[in-house]
Design a protein around this ligand. Structure first.
Ligand code: EPZ
Length: 420
């Protein structure tokens, strides 16, 4: 298992390119199952999870070829299996996103039941409830979700009990080939859901309310192939902005979109950053100032994203003042605080809130990555800590950050990867 070694103290300065969004690439790759025609998806990020999704499609009979610019051509005309096996699903929960498309196009799907993970129990009841409302028979046995339908799925009026990104995506894809109109109320409004909906429209879907919490889909008998470019990764964008703010640096991010992360940019301004945006760039400059502590509370989009919470906790650890960080989306997503405390942070937990008192300096230490965004927070902490930080189990980081050490080196960070 590789490790990252970071020597803290460098002020990040420079510009880098932002990759395509992992969390819209995954559902969009699953959505290619909705057509037998060729699909061409560009701006895929070069990440383990993307490779896993392509491997999953491959074991169903999907043929694909990927070029050096991470554009994939997909041919779904010869699907021979409707199964997402345990071995792949256990490594990536997002595999459950093939359930809706398989069921809608082939009337059958078997997907290994995704378990919980480090950040919470993560049930999929909302995905299954919606599919049942559309006429699917769902049975859970042997650790698998076995779903089938007699003929096409039927349009339905679905009011989601809670806001779920994956649940909305699965039902949106299922509805695209259902018979009649489907209305999804209390839908997730995350930009990744919008990116998926835009891709479905490019495949011939008729969807209104895109970007709102009420999606109306007129199901089609079939969809066609298309070319689609994945949007920029708003969480990768936010992570580098926070890293620059924590080191009191200056950074320019290219190929991104400020409209995707307004709540995050507002918090960065509150912490003292000067931010300038153009159509596809964001510049942040701390002008050498120490960041001010900012209080945050995570909630579904457009509120502050749970996927940026850990990074802001690291920023608050070295900021001026005290702050409260409240996590409301996942039940166990403040785990990074224990590792941050090992580096000298002053964080106490009260239920789902972390009380953070900024310290003058963190101290480098050996630490352990526990999930993707928690790992990113340890990288940020390592960049501002005195001395050396060694981060173990960095496979978590590789799931969501393309070439993280190269990008940080380009910004002047002292970071290297070593095989353990
Ligand atoms: C997506 O996960 C993202 N993953 C997550 O990104 C992100 O943290 C999350 O949305 C919230 O924004 C992908 O897009 C691949 P949810 P998802 O369904 O879809 C509960 C990252 O670091 N829930 O919106 O799994 C659930 O337990 C990650 O890149 C149910 O109770 O999240 C959670 O508490 C990790 N029943 C809440 O809803 C359900 O049927 C939100 O989960 C579904 C979800």
């Amino acid at each position: 298992m590789d490790k990252l070694i970071i020597v803290g103290g460098a002020v990040l300065n420079g510009d880098i390119r932002i990759s395509g969004a992992k969390n819209s690439a995954l559902p969009i790759l699953a959505a290619t199952l909705l057509t037998g025609e060729k699909m061409r998806i560009s701006n895929l990020p070069h990440l383990h999870d993307i490779t896993t999704m392509i491997e999953l499609l491959g074991c169903m009979g999907v043929e694909s070829s990927i070029d050096e610019k991470m554009t994939v051509e997909i041919d779904n005309s010869n699907i021979s299996s409707y199964c997402a096996p345990y071995d792949l699903v256990k490594t990536m929960r997002a595999s459950v996103l093939v359930l809706g498309p398989l069921l809608a196009r082939f009337g059958a799907a078997e997907v290994s039941f995704p378990g919980g993970c480090a950040i919470g129990s993560r049930p999929v009841d909302q995905h299954l409830r919606g599919l049942e409302m559309m006429g699917a028979e769902v049975d859970i046995s042997g650790g698998y979700i076995k779903a089938k339908t007699n003929g096409r799925l039927k349009g339905a009026h679905i009011i989601m009990d809670i806001v779920t990104v994956g649940g909305t995506e699965n039902l949106l894809m299922a509805a695209a080939l259902a018979d009649g109109e489907t209305i999804i109320e209390n839908a997730a409004r995350e930009p990744e859901v919008t990116d998926l909906a835009n891709c479905l429209v490019a495949m011939g879907s008729e969807i209104t309310g895109i970007g709102s919490d009420r999606l109306v889909i007129q199901g089609k008998e079939e969809l066609h192939g298309c070319e689609y470019r994945i949007m920029p990764d708003r969480i990768e964008t936010g992570t580098y902005l926070v890293a620059a703010a924590a080191t009191r640096g200056r950074i320019k991010l290219r190929d991104t979109d400020a409209k995707l992360l307004e709540s995050v940019l507002q918090k960065l301004e509150e912490c003292g950053a000067t931010i300038e945006i153009s159509e596809n760039t964001i510049e942040l400059d701390m002008k050498g100032k120490k960041p001010l502590a900012v209080t945050i509370k995570t909630a579904p989009y457009p509120a502050f994203p749970t996927d940026m919470q850990a990074q802001f906790t690291a920023l608050n650890s070295v900021a001026e003042g005290t702050s409260m960080v409240t996590e409301t989306v996942f039940e166990n997503r403040l785990i990074q605080t224990h590792e941050l405390n090992r580096m000298g942070a002053k964080i106490t937990l009260e239920g789902n809130t972390a009380m953070v008192t900024g310290v003058e300096r963190l101290k480098g230490a050996p630490v352990m990555a526990s999930d993707l965004r928690a790992s990113a927070s340890l990288v940020i902490a390592g960049l501002v800590a005195e001395g050396e930080t060694v981060i173990d189990r960095i496979y978590h980081i590789d799931r969501g950050y393309e070439c993280i050490e190269e990008k940080l080196q380009q910004l002047g960070g002292s970071i290297r990867r070593v095989p353990s």
